[in-house]
Design a protein around this ligand. Structure first.
Ligand SMILES: [Zn+2]
Length: 668
């Protein structure tokens, strides 16, 4: 068994004060949670500010306490071992548990800084000759110094940060992280996980309700224990939290004046094996679509094991959402530029300048607008990632796949023209992987990453280098979307060909899968390529064949009375259909007509039509009703198209339909 952990977000509306039993309304509860959040923020900020020097960060990175023992995994315990405990402000009564919560937040910030420091030193030690471009040897040298599984994007961002420092400091590189960055800002949140039942308890009282009890301060500066009181908060547990999941102590924060409760939950799930799979779903991070998949089957034949696929392309296309995200990002950039411009103007303005009030108001408006656009982007990314992951895991279950193979994002290179919509999907990929891992674990399906290098370079059918063309009817030109094999004549969608190679890489290299001991994530470490054959799924027998399979005595008399009427033609060699899927396509496969699932209650709006006969009252109505309503409001589920999820039978070698035993000799 393996443990699946996730966080559900709920809202706390009101509470009952423990001692008196009085009802605490939402605004007052938010105020008291705010007091606690500000208190812990203050304590944690003091700890981080005191330790924001390279020596202390180095001490923390060694992971060994002053007594020679390894530091505990829990952040607050590690800080106490080092003697970096938080101290309560003068005259304020703060319990030990509250200080623990603050130390936990501080420890997270410091440990994150230790990670950034390690990356920075690795980059500085292998600083490239040309700071804007690394050679292959320099990249390899850097990878050796870095921790496993670092994404290319993170390395690039850190290098850019160092380059910006170098330019602003006349070619000098920073000596330590504390010179490159100022102390991180501590968020105002209460991480109750570090506390125990003297500060907080959580209990599930019914499948959809939980009771959270927490001690909150009654004022901003509580001076004695009497100014702290227990509050019982009834929480509605979201529907997607399974009834048998155990709840953990949450984190509290304030969002727009409401108490948001981030409630972690844990569920024991059957652990999916990393090897021994025969049916798999391979997914490619498409250039044309967000996800392109194919099912693969490991068939054992006398000549050895090989991978077969049914030739069906599974697509999750979200071009509309990507375009929307692209527009929103542009919008966010514009607002940020204007906001920064206003901030610079304010900086240069004297305190008593007459324009100051108007400028401050404008700056505040832009700040709010920026935050809202950020929220919108975040929500859209989240919705897209989870919709895509849900689709992928549903496809895997419907097709009987026990494993999902994905390209490893760490080794994924920026492919093709990264402009417009294709570039955007890159920002969602990390969330899609996390969501696929979560949903697949819930369904008992393994998720394994495979090396991404060169998946779309070679033909999945024969292994020769592919030629990429812009379209099926322009195969002589150089392009992107369409793959043509000069060796075997394969012609098909580029992403589909890549997905076939990915599923082959996964199924053939099952003995080379490694599991990260910390995260439990599986990754294929060796590239094993093999050719993929396509086989048709057997058709359902026709009525003629089904009738022929019955012994003659079982036939209905009427049918038997007409000689030659139901002579089956299927089994005759001349009309036997080929079991191979055609490899060569002259046009792209038609786009799936079925759209993604629409949320309940949202009916597509139809254009308002008014039949206007030559004259009469209807004509008079027309101006009052105004122009016909345009019924195309933007909606997430209208912008996503995906291959429908179908349960299909088995396919490939050894699944050929057996000849019916009762077939007369003449039909064989
Ligand atoms: Zn080929």
């Amino acid at each position: 068994m393996a443990a699946l952990t996730a966080t559900a977000t709920c809202t706390a509306f009101r509470a009952v004060a423990g001692a008196t039993g009085e009802l605490v309304p939402a605004w007052q509860l938010a105020e008291r949670v705010g007091f606690l959040a500000v208190l812990t923020q203050e304590l944690a900020t003091a700890v981080v500010a005191a330790r924001w020097n390279d020596g202390d960060l180095a001490t923390l990175s060694f992971g060994v306490g002053p007594d020679g023992r390894t530091l505990p995994a829990k952040g607050w315990m590690a800080l106490r071992r080092l003697g970096w405990a938080a101290a309560a402000p003068e005259g304020v009564h703060v319990s030990d548990r509250v200080r623990r919560a603050a130390e936990e937040v501080a420890a997270r910030a410091l440990r994150s800084a230790v990670h950034r420091r390690a990356v920075m030193h690795a980059i500085l030690e292998s600083w490239p000759a040309d700071p804007w471009r690394r050679t292959d040897a320099e990249s390899a040298a850097l990878r050796k110094r870095l921790p496993q599984g670092m994404s290319t994007a993170e390395i690039r961002n850190r290098t850019r940060q160092l380059n910006a420092f170098r330019i602003s400091h006349h070619g000098r590189l920073p000596a330590g992280l504390t010179e490159l960055e100022t102390a991180p800002r501590i968020p105002a949140l209460v991480a109750l996980a570090a506390a125990d039942k003297q500060l907080v308890t959580i209990q599930r009282i019914s499948p959809d309700t939980a009771m959270l009890r927490v001690r909150l301060p009654l004022t901003g500066r509580p001076t004695s224990p009497t100014q702290w009181a227990w509050h019982a908060i009834r929480l509605a547990v979201p529907e997607h939290v399974p009834a048998d999941a155990s709840l953990c102590v949450p984190t509290l924060r304030l969002v727009e004046g409401r108490v948001r409760v981030d409630l972690p939950w844990r569920l024991a799930v059957p652990s999916a094996p990393r090897a021994g799979h025969t049916v798999a779903l391979g997914l490619d991070w498409g250039v044309n679509t967000l996800l392109t998949g194919t099912v693969g089957k490991l068939a054992v034949t006398p000549a050895g094991s090989r991978v077969v696929t049914d030739g069906r392309m599974l697509r999750f296309a979200a071009t509309g959402v990507s375009a929307k995200l692209h527009r929103l990002r542009g919008h966010r950039q514009t607002i940020a530029t204007r906001r920064d411009h206003h901030a610079r103007l304010l900086d240069g303005l004297p305190e008593n300048a007459p324009d100051r009030a108007a400028l401050t108001a404008k700056h505040a408006v832009l700040e709010v607008q920026h935050e809202r656009v950020c929220d919108r982007i975040r929500h859209l990314n989240h919705a897209l990632a989870w919709a895509a992951a849900r689709w992928a895991v549903d496809q895997a279950s419907a097709l009987g796949a026990s494993v999902i193979y994905l390209e490893d994002l760490a080794t994924l290179e920026a492919r093709g023209r990264r402009t417009g919509n294709a570039r955007l999907s890159g920002q969602v990929r990390g969330s899609v992987v996390a969501a696929v891992r979560h949903l697949a674990a819930k369904a008992g399906i393994a998720t394994v990453t495979v090396p991404a290098r060169g998946t779309s370079k070679h033909c999945p059918r024969c292994g020769k280098p592919l030629h990429h063309a812009p379209a099926p009817d322009r195969t002589r030109e150089r392009g992107w979307r369409w793959a043509v094999c000069p060796g075997c004549g394969l012609a098909g969608d580029r992403d589909h060909a890549a997905a076939e190679r990915i599923v082959a890489r996964g199924l053939l290299a099952q003995s080379h899968v490694q599991t990260d001991p910390k995260t439990g994530q599986h990754a294929t470490v060796t590239t094993v390529d093999g050719n993929v054959a396509r086989a048709r799924r057997p058709k359902r027998p026709t009525r003629g064949a089904r009738r022929a399979s019955h012994p003659p005595t079982m036939r209905r008399p009427a049918a038997a009375a007409k000689p030659g009427r139901h002579r089956p033609t299927l089994n005759q060699p001349s009309s036997q259909p080929s079991r191979r899927v055609p490899d060569r396509r002259a046009v792209p496969a038609p786009a799936p007509l079925v759209a993604g699932k629409r949320p309940a209650g949202q009916v597509p709006q139809t254009r308002h039509r008014l039949a206007v006969a030559g004259s009469g009252p209807a004509r008079d109505l027309l101006p009052r009703l105004g122009p016909p309503r345009r019924g195309n409001r933007w909606g997430f589920h209208r912008q996503v198209t995906a291959t429908p999820i179908l349960r299909l039978g088995d396919f490939g070698p050894a699944t050929t339909r057996p000849r019916p035993s009762g077939t007369p000799e003449s039909f064989r």
